[in-house]
Design a protein around this ligand. Structure first.
Ligand code: SF4
Ligand code: SF4
Ligand code: SF4
Length: 197
């Protein structure tokens, strides 16, 4: 009788210890997942802050944040023409990678520009509004449209859809107003911005 009870106790103890080990493994796995996830989110945020926020899609992603996510998962860091070599250099430094030349299949770096609508020629078709990734255009169907200069990232995406070709991309240094400011550090380092009005 007593040996039987002892055996049952021992088996129960073994099951309890096994269960405890399982719970502990699950806890460790969840903790590790949460830590990895928050580290990944922090890295994506750091990468995104280095991108120009032009939202032009030349990297083949739908904006800078999706490209930042892709870079965090190992995608090449040289696909952003608006950022150019400076962004590549900073990304390489952050990720401890070797800087690469800009991949020309994604376009060439060019000076920052600003969209301006020749308003008297606008037919109010709204195609530019639909194309703008940052809501920098004001207007309504059959009404004149205009660009909010301080919001425009110079991505060019509104130009091609305009059926009457009334959107110009201009050098913002030529503007009389100094209200056009981009928050991106790289852009503020552009020489013509330093000297421009
Ligand atoms: S190419 Fe550069 S600026 Fe354009 S969406 Fe991609 S990361 Fe942003
Ligand atoms: S107004 Fe044109 S150039 Fe400016 S952000 Fe919008 S789509 Fe890009
Ligand atoms: S796409 Fe051209 S014509 Fe159409 S609303 Fe925009 S600026 Fe006007």
């Amino acid at each position: 009788m007593y040996p039987l009870i002892a055996t049952v106790y021992v088996q129960a103890l073994i099951y309890a210890l096994g269960l405890l080990a399982l719970v502990r493994s699950l806890y460790n796995a969840v903790t590790h997942y949460k830590w990895t996830r928050s580290a990944q989110i922090a890295l994506v945020d750091q990468i995104n802050q280095l991108l120009p926020q032009t939202q032009c899609g030349q990297c083949t992603h739908k904006g800078c944040l999706p490209y930042a996510r892709a870079i965090a998962q190992g995608e090449a860091i040289n696909k952003c023409p608006p950022g150019g070599v400076e962004t590549i250099r900073e990304l390489a430094s952050l990720l401890n990678e070797t800087p690469l030349p800009l991949d020309p299949t994604h376009g060439q770096s060019k000076p920052i520009s600003l969209a301006v609508i020749r308003e008297d020629e606008c037919i109010g078709c709204t195609k530019c509004i639909q194309a703008c990734p940052v809501d920098a255009i004001l207007g309504g169907a059959k009404f004149m449209h205009t660009v909010i200069a301080r919001e425009c990232t110079g991505c060019d995406l509104c130009v091609e859809p305009c059926p009457v070709d009334c959107i110009d991309m201009i050098n913002p240094g030529a503007l009389e107003s100094d209200s056009w400011k981009l928050t991106n550090t790289h852009r503020l380092e552009q020489p013509w911005l330093d000297s421009g009005s």
